[in-house]
Design a protein around this ligand. Structure first.
Ligand code: MSP
Length: 532
């Protein structure tokens, strides 16, 4: 019997020439949510992230800061790792392209492609900016000048190794045709097909104009092109080449999550490298949109780059995760603004979810001595009245989460969970336990109503756990259940109605999300120097 294939999901590996920003946090939180969701389903998961540490950008950034590229990488990598910890990212491995193992894997990969006859030495000719020591293509130039420094460029030639990408045009097109879900969303898939139909040129995969990279085997004048090096991280972290067994259990990856700007590298270059090396292709490349900030492109020159650490300081981790996943449809562009973030926190988190938990728990403490009351059928109250409405709402939420997670529609999954939260709030309003409590004859009904609401909350916590792991834990603590991250029952088990055990002690009610008051909002605005 072949062992069960592990669900393998990746983020891009981030350049270390700059510190992490909102865009990096976005991809990583999304990938983390998928990884947690698949684990909750009971699957074995391998979730990979890491850093892209070679290439001219990194070499240049290091020079500007007066340090060696490795020193820069060692310093900046800690910023990424620290941020992932704060964002509760549950990656199984963190790859750095300067690791000895990765370097060996890339050279091995290069050799495999070389032996296939797909690499040759030729002349690379393009527009060169001498002060920046960078080649640019015609289309990258800005008014004929260097897009980085604005100075003039000249046509220059250097020796380079080329990959025969042109050979793979037909094979790639037929692969796309056979795998209509290879690139998501659909509009991006169509763009990629059009691009490849337009013709594939051979690709320059080595450079001699700088040193910071992995040497080409047998020709150390050249370093390997940073994208050839970086893309190979997805297999080198999976055991390529020395551990074929591990590689087989992980590769091909189920999903490469990336931003739309790097789709061509993933959906065109990467598959052709793999075809040449005789390795299977990943199942899916999912490309998400870009965030603008308060309506403008995020850029250093506009000084509006959003530092996720500062957001975490002001709002905390779960509100940020919630906002990123709920505010825009994954795949589309979105606009970050403090006002929409504050609105989400106050309305969805504090009002809807926070209130539901605190009012339910305080009633259970008041009317049921802080214990889970008997539910249906023990309470003797008809199911149609006390458990059916919320049981059905919980089932609908589960189905919506399942459906939406297949297409990475995080916003829809969360909206589905909020339908359940809304149904539970409405249920309490309608059943008015405070009135039932006045009449001893209504004891059964009161128990049944409280039980169902507690059970709906338990299921809400389970459904939320991939998205908001911290909140799920806090909710479970207050509900008196402690599944612990590792031994959590699977999604199917945890969403069977009736998991709350009558007689069990509930925890202490604590506010989940304090509402952001006018005073706090003013503080936040001044800390981000937002003018009215
Ligand atoms: N090192 C390459 C990836 C190599 S993967 C084999 C790289 N790194 S990056 O650090 O520049 O960018 C990483 C990711 O951040 C990309 O997926 C990119 O789309 C994403 N984002 C950068 N700015 C962004 C926004 N403003 N909004 C959303 N995501 C953005 O590219």
């Amino acid at each position: 019997m072949t062992p069960e294939k592990t669900f393998y999901i990746t983020t891009p590996i981030y350049y270390v020439n700059d510190v992490p920003h909102l865009g990096h946090a976005y991809t990583t939180v999304a990938a983390d949510t998928v990884a947690r969701y698949r684990r909750l389903e009971g699957k074995k998961v391998f979730f990979l992230t890491g850093t892209d540490e070679h290439g001219q950008k990194v070499e240049r950034a290091a020079r500007q800061q007066g340090e060696a590229p490795q020193e820069l990488a060692d310093r900046v990598v800690e910023r990424f790792k620290g941020l992932w910890q704060r964002l509760e990212i549950s990656n199984d491995y963190f790859i750095r392209t300067t690791e000895a193992h990765h370097k060996g894997a890339v050279q091995h990969f290069f050799n495999q492609v070389y032996e296939k006859g797909d690499i040759y030495l030729g002349d690379y000719e393009d527009w060169y900016c001498t002060p920046c020591e960078t080649f640019w293509t015609e289309t990258q130039l800005v008014q004929g000048n260097c897009p980085d420094c604005g100075r003039s460029v000249e046509k220059l030639k250097e020796k380079s190794y080329f990959f025969r990408m042109s050979r793979y045009q037909e094979a790639l097109l037929s692969f796309y045709a056979q795998n209509p879900h290879f690139v998501q969303p659909q509009a991006r898939y169509n763009e990629i097909i059009r691009f490849v139909q337009g013709g594939l040129r051979d690709l320059s995969i080595s450079r001699t104009s700088f040193r910071w990279g992995i040497p080409v085997p047998r020709d150390s004048q050249h370093v390997i092109y940073v994208w050839f090096d970086a893309l190979a991280n997805y297999i080198s972290a999976a055991g390529y080449p020395e551990d074929p067994q591990q590689l087989e259990s992980l590769w091909p990856a189920n999903i490469h999550l990336i931003g739309k700007d790097i789709l061509r590298f993933h959906a065109v270059y990467w598959p052709t490298f793999l075809m040449s090396a005789g390795l299977p292709l990943p199942h899916q490349i999912f490309s998400h949109g870009w965030w603008t900030v308060e309506g403008r492109k995020m850029s250093k020159s506009l000084q509006n780059v959003v530092d996720p650490n500062r957001l975490l300081d002001q709002y905390g981790v779960d509100p940020i995760r919630y906002y990123l996943l709920r505010e825009v449809a994954f795949g589309l562009d979105g606009d970050f603004s403090h006002s929409t973030l504050i609105h989400r926190v106050n309305s969805d988190l504090a009002n809807d979810l926070g209130n539901l938990l605190s009012r339910t728990l305080s009633m259970a403490h008041r009317y049921s001595q802080g214990q889970v009351p008997p539910g249906y059928p023990a309470s003797g109250c008809p199911a149609a009245e006390v458990s059916e409405p919320l049981r059905a709402a919980a089932e609908r939420a589960l189905n919506e989460v399942r459906r939406s997670m297949e297409e990475l529609a995080f916003h829809k999954a969360l909206a589905g969970i909020w339908e359940l939260v809304g149904a539970a709030n409405k249920f309490i309003d309608e059943k008015a336990p405070w009135n039932l409590a006045k009449d001893p004859e209504q004891r059964d009904r009161l128990d049944g109503v409280l039980y169902s609401t507690l059970e709906a909350l338990r299921q809400t916590a389970t459904l939320l756990s991939p998205f908001l792991p911290g909140i799920a834990r806090q909710m479970e603590e207050q509900l008196g259940i402690h599944p612990g991250d590792g031994e959590r029952p699977t999604l199917g088990e945890a969403t069977r109605w009736g998991g709350m055990k009558a007689g069990k002690a509930l925890g202490k009610p604590e506010p989940l999300f304090p509402r952001l008051t006018a005073e706090r909002i003013a503080e936040i605005r001044s800390s981000f120097r937002i003018e009215d």
